[in-house]
Design a protein around this ligand. Structure first.
Ligand code: GDP
Ligand code: MN
Length: 389
């Protein structure tokens, strides 16, 4: 889970990392109020989880609260690389003398942590790595030893930070390491870390990726997830504990087992279609999870047909079929598109019989995965033609 900049900075501040004073705002009015509270020149920053916001016009300086309001009006609603801005961070503007880069991350190859620093901050680090790899200092850190002063010296001197930035940068690195370990992060990155004209060193931007597997240890951070403006289908899927990922096609997919679902996506592509989602019901594939899954998929207006691909192992085909029928009954008129069902494995025959007996005109069965995909794509095409007429 990635944090928004304002959340990353809140976490930084809790651990003593110097950040500009500021607060998130959800409306131009709120941005104006925060700017008035802060006083002086502020910067209004789009909160989206993608880099290059500055270049996209998502970061603007404002000399007074009225200007902050106008900036927020322009930035909120803006689309930055496919991410719509819903909130802005309003913070005191900094007078920048130098921009640096620092990060701490997991180094899988090195089986430890890796700390990095560069005097070429403010631009995407991948760009620096491509242009001048020598400009980035990499220091492996043994997790059992932790980030020690000698590591920090290697980073700060190695990258060539200005003498007046060294002490502040060293303090920030120490506190960043606390954040990294205390919050079970996969990555903490500050780009840029700035030296101000007044000689202060601050984290001007912040990126934090948390380890999802460790979120249970951090209920306060897990809560932040709720503040993410999730897609409505993904939100509903999450509430039902489904393994669902929205994609941008029009053939809904339900399967049991990640491998089977992945190959179903491939087969749909081979048949000339495009999957609307990935949904793995898992080994259990109960009637309840089937109903919940179909409900989520059918609530996506882009879906024009659904392909249910179940291989019965522990999961019994007749129970899956019953699950589909229950779901259809429960959903009623919400089922506006055809469902192509391919059942194989344990009790598949009984399952197909159940489906054949059903009174629903929406269910179509198919014997093989390829045939099922072809049918789902064909029916989706017809649904589209119908919509156009
Ligand atoms: P990103 O481009 O999305 O990573 O956004 P950043 O937060 O890193 O900001 C991009 C750039 O905007 C920085 O490298 C700065 O040059 C500029 N910037 C951000 N905040 C301020 C500020 O308070 N004052 C000034 N002068 N420039 C800023
Ligand atoms: Mn940045």
């Amino acid at each position: 889970m990635d944090l928004f900049e304002h959340q990353a900075k809140e976490l930084f501040a809790r651990h003593g990392v110097a950040v500009p004073r500021g607060r998130v705002a959800w409306s131009p009015e709120e941005a104006e109020a925060v700017a008035a509270e802060l006083g002086g020149t502020v910067v209004v920053k789009a909160q989206v989880q993608v880099g290059g916001r500055g270049k996209a016009g998502g970061i603007k300086l404002a000399r007074d609260p009225a200007a902050a309001r106008v900036n927020a009006e322009q930035i909120i609603g803006m689309d930055i690389k496919g991410h719509v801005v819903r909130r802005v961070l309003v913070e005191e503007a900094s007078d920048i003398a130098a921009e640096y880069y620092v990060s701490i991350l997991h180094d899988r190859a090195g089986k430890g942590f890796l700390a990095m620093a560069s005097a070429e901050g403010g631009v995407e680090i991948e760009e620096v790595a491509a242009r001048d790899p020598g400009a980035i200092v990499r220091v492996p850190v043994n997790p059992l030893i932790g980030l020690r002063p000698y590591h920090i010296n290697q980073l700060v001197f190695g990258a060539g930070f200005a003498p007046e930035a060294r002490k502040g940068a060293a303090e920030i690195l120490t506190h960043l390491y606390d954040v990294f370990t205390a919050a079970d992060c996969m990555l903490v990155e500050v780009n840029p870390l700035v030296l101000t004209a007044g000689g202060q060193v601050k984290a001007l931007d912040g990126k934090v990726s948390l380890d999802d597997s460790a979120l249970f240890r951090h209920p306060d951070l897990a809560e932040l997830r709720d503040s993410f403006a999730a897609d409505p289908q993904e939100q509903a899927a999450k509430e039902k504990s489904l393994n669902y990922i929205k994609l941008d096609g029009w053939v809904g997919i339900v399967g049991n087992g990640a491998g089977l679902v992945m190959s179903t996506l491939d087969v749909v592509a081979q048949a000339g279609g495009k999957a609307a989602n990935f949904l793995d019901l898992g080994g259990g594939a109960s009637a309840d999870s089937m109903a919940a899954g179909l409900e989520v998929i059918l609530s996506d207006p882009k879906v024009r047909s659904v392909l249910v691909n179940i291989f019965g192992g522990i999961t019994r085909g007749d129970l899956v079929a019953q699950g589909i029928l229950d779901a259809l009954e429960r959903l009623g008129d919400q089922v506006r598109v055809p469902l192509v069902v391919r059942l194989d494995g344990t009790n598949a025959e009984e399952g197909r019989e159940l489906l054949a007996k059903s009174s629903s005109d929406k269910v179509v069965t198919a014997a093989t995965m390829l045939e099922a995909a072809a049918k789902a794509v064909e029916l989706a095409g017809r649904a589209a033609e119908g919509a156009n007429n």
